[in-house]
Design a protein around this ligand. Sequence first.
Ligand code: JB3
Length: 212
Amino acid sequence: MSAPVLILGAGGHAKVLVEALLADGALMAGVVDADPGRLGQSVLGVPVIGDDRVVEDFPCDTVRLVNGIGSVGLPNLRTSIFERFSECGYRFATVVHPSAVVASDVELGEGVQVMAGVVLQPSCRIGRNAIINTRASVDHDCTIGDHTHIAPGVTVSGGVTIGSGCHVGTGATLIQGVRVGDGSVIGAGAVVTKDVAAGVTVVGVPAKVVMR
Ligand code: JB3
């Protein structure tokens, strides 16, 4: 029996995770949120039991954390929370909605979140703390870096490499073989036909750099 899960954050992203975890039969320890107004509320029936200080009430080996922070906060709150609790010895659960299609040899790093309707084709490698959000499709031989968010409805063709800390916006399309550098942002609906350098923002069809 796996250890129960404690969810960090009580917003929209956490709600989607709770739904996936309940569908998968996970045991729930509760939800923690920085907003004191959330104490006593619940997320799909899972109670909010306090803020991040409550995590310390659970020894590392008795609980698995789930990073319920999505795209809020700059610099990236989601990444810093993951690193902070990892350094304290906590482990993050990997969440895969039962409706996702994940090929048998796909490698999922610690804390990866694969939402409903996702397709991950053979030989993909997904880095730690990455989100593959609702109904995204990642085709064969792709590599997605740590902490990268693939937003709902993104289509990633075969052999694409996306660096760490990237955001690929809702409904974007990346053609086969392109490479995206660390920390870049792909705007919603963009069509990426060429490599994207690190640390830039691209938008449009075909995607062009708008910010360095
Ligand atoms: O687009 C989609 C499908 N999902 C988005 C997701 C990826 O990112 C979603 O629509 C939102 O844009 C965003 O979801 P998220 O991160 O859940 O945002 P929000 O609904 O605003 O909730 C953030 C929650 O995190 C709030 O309840 C905050 O109080 C809480 N929070 C902020 N800082 C924190 C901390 N909670 C904890 N435990 N620790 C913190 O440091």
